[in-house]
Structures are given as structure tokens and as C-alpha cells.
Design a protein around this ligand. Structure first.
Ligand code: DGY
Length: 325
């Protein structure tokens, strides 16, 4: 019997073709509410659900779910209660590897764009406020020679390090706090002798640009809070391409407003798509709508991986990219 797969949002090719070749597919044209999703997952009508980050698959939903697999169209899976899924024997798959470079590009873009005030400058030109070259027009922060601190040293952090080294930055990292296993010197590979491992507190204090590359979980929720922001350099810039709730966004707005740090480049927000009050009014920010993985080829790869994961789980097999044991 062909597996029955529920897709909560239309996805780009090749996912739809792969799915329809192997399964009976239902695609929801509009993102379901939590209640609708819970009802469908408990209806007995689907074997697998292919989800987006905004689909909350929590313990309550999983307790009644009849699906045997959840295929997340993302590498991150903080929208899914993995422990509850595992407990109920529900497999979860994700899309690792394919969005590493694209997301690191956005981290680097935010470093450059925030440091060099690119949005403010663009706006000045468009609004007719550019009256010719001036010695002190739109002065920003250096990138070359400055210190980039990476919170976490996984795939995306490493790809960001590669780019930053190319821009002549000094790169430090602190392994994902607080429970990450230590990264040993022999595991540094191509980065041995080029990046320096430091403690989290040193990373916070020493970074000119502090870039976050940690998953969102209980340990990393509000990892960057008022206290951390207060320990950063006044000239520092915070970069977040990871997950919004890793930063206490209200505290960030206060720190930016009071000049306790110099700027922020954000691709993710605490309560997407909403922004903390005041954030959009601050000139020293570059704000992007969660586009780390948004290239045509990367989204096609995410589509392919999530479809293949769903098909495998529908057939009762472990997906190529399993999240839970
Ligand atoms: C992910 O995959 O986790 C990104 O945040 C969205 O592509």
C-alpha cells in the first residue's frame, strides 16, 4: 500500500514529484493552525507529516498522533518535541548539510552589512540624502582585523569561520554552551592554528562581532540576555542566523537603544514574524526575514531531502537523515 503523506505547506520541486511518485499526498494550501494540524495528525489518515518550522509538533499533539514519522523541512527541529516523539516511536527527519554555505553567507553578509551600515547607506541614496562624497559620511566598523566570536562550532559556524578568515578577521569560538562536548584540537582540522577556542565569557568580552550558531533548546534559550549584552564591548555587533529565542530580544532592543552594544544583524526573531517593540526603529540593525537557506538550489535540496525522508518513513524505514535514535 502506498504511504499517505500530509504536506503542511506547498514546497518547491523536486519534493512534490518525488512524493507523488511514491505516496498518496495531501498538500495543504494554507498553513494549518495548531488545532487543525493536531486533528489531522490524529485522524489516522496519514502515515507521515512533512512539516515546516512554524508547525508546532509538541508532546500534546504527539500523544494523540497516529503518524509514524515527521519530516521537517529544515535542519533545525526546535518546533518538534524530539523526546516525546522518540518515546512514542515516531521517527523525525531533517535536512542537514545542504544549507550550511547559504546560511554562512548570510552570517557574513550581516557582519559586513551591519558593520558597514549598508542599509542606512542604501536608504540615504534612495531618499536623495546623498549630496556627494564626504570625509565622515557613513563611517562604519572595520571587518578586516576585527575579532569574530562564534558561539558554537558546528557546520555553519565553521563555514562562517572560513569566510571570516578570508576577510582577514581573527576568529575565536566557544563550543556550544553549556553541555556541548569539548572540541579537541585534533578535531579542528583545517582550522588548526587559524581559530582559537576560548571560554564563553572570554568570547563575549573579546568579540567585535559575536555570531550565534547554536541550536535552540532549554540550555540556549536567552543565552544572550541583558547580562551577556552588558559584558560585550560597546563597539560590538551581535549576529544571529540561528534561532530568535537564543537572544532576549527585548534586552537586545534596550542594549542597542542605550548604546551598550553598537549594532545587530538578525535573520531570526524571537517570535517570528513579529519583532520586539522598537527593534524596527533602530538604525543600527540589519533585519532579514529568516532567509539563511533561501536560495533556489538550497530550497530544492531541502525539498528533496525532506521528501525522501518522508517516503522512507512512510515505508517504515529509517530516514536518510534521522533526528531521533
Ligand atoms: C533551518 O533549516 O533550520 C533554517 O532555519 C531554515 O532553513
Amino acid at each position: 500500500m502506498r504511504p499517505r503523506i500530509l504536506v503542511t505547506t506547498p514546497i518547491p520541486e523536486p519534493g512534490p514529484s518525488l512524493l507523488s511518485g511514491a505516496a498518496d499526498v495531501t498538500v495543504l494550501e494554507e498553513a494549518p493552525t495548531y488545532a487543525e494540524l493536531a486533528e489531522r495528525c490524529a485522524s489516522g489518515e496519514y502515515d507521515v507529516v512533512l512539516t515546516q518550522l512554524r508547525d508546532r509538533i509538541d508532546a500534546e499533539l504527539l500523544a494523540k498522533a497516529t503518524v509514524r514519522g515527521v519530516s521537517n523541512f529544515a535542519v533545525g527541529y526546535n518546533n518538534i518535541d524530539i523526546a516525546a516523539a522518540t518515546e512514542r516511536g515516531i521517527m523525525v527527519g531533517n535536512t542537514p548539510g545542504v544549507l550550511t554555505d547559504a546560511t554562512a553567507d548570510i552570517a557574513m553578509l550581516l557582519i559586513l552589512g551591519t558593520g558597514r551600515r549598508v542599509i542606512e547607506a542604501d536608504r540615504m541614496v534612495r531618499e536623495g540624502r546623498f549630496h556627494g562624497w564626504e570625509p565622515e559620511l557613513m563611517l562604519g566598523a572595520d571587518v578586516s582585523g576585527r575579532t569574530l566570536g562564534l558561539a558554537g562550532f558546528g557546520r555553519i559556524a565553521r563555514a562562517t569561520a572560513r569566510r571570516a578568515l578570508g576577510f582577514g578577521m581573527e576568529v575565536l569560538f566557544a563550543p556550544r554552551p553549556p553541555h556541548d562536548r569539548a572540541v579537541t584540537d585534533s578535531e579542528l582540522g583545517e582550522f588548526a592554528g587559524k581559530v582559537r577556542k576560548v571560554e564563553w565569557d572570554e568570547l563575549v568580552a573579546a568579540s567585535d562581532y559575536l555570531s550565534l550558531h547554536v541550536p535552540l533548546n532549554e540550555d540556549t534559550h536567552h543565552l544572550v540576555d541583558a547580562d551577556v549584552l552588558g559584558r560585550m564591548k560597546e563597539s560590538a555587533i551581535l549576529i544571529n542566523t540561528a534561532r530568535g529565542p537564543v537572544v532576549d530580544e527585548a534586552a537586545l532592543v534596550a542594549a542597542l537603544r542605550d548604546g551598550r552594544i553598537a549594532g545587530a544583524g538578525l535573520d531570526v526573531f524571537e517570535d517570528e514574524p513579529l519583532l520586539a517593540p522598537g527593534l524596527a526603529d533602530l538604525p543600527n540593525t540589519v533585519l532579514l526575514p529568516h532567509i539563511g537557506s533561501a536560495t533556489v538550489s538550497v530550497r530544492a535540496e531541502m525539498s528533496r531531502l525532506s521528501a525522501l525522508n518522508a517516503i522512507a518513513m512512510g515505508a517504515g524505514r529509517i530516514p536518510d537523515h534521522p533526528v531521533n535514535p
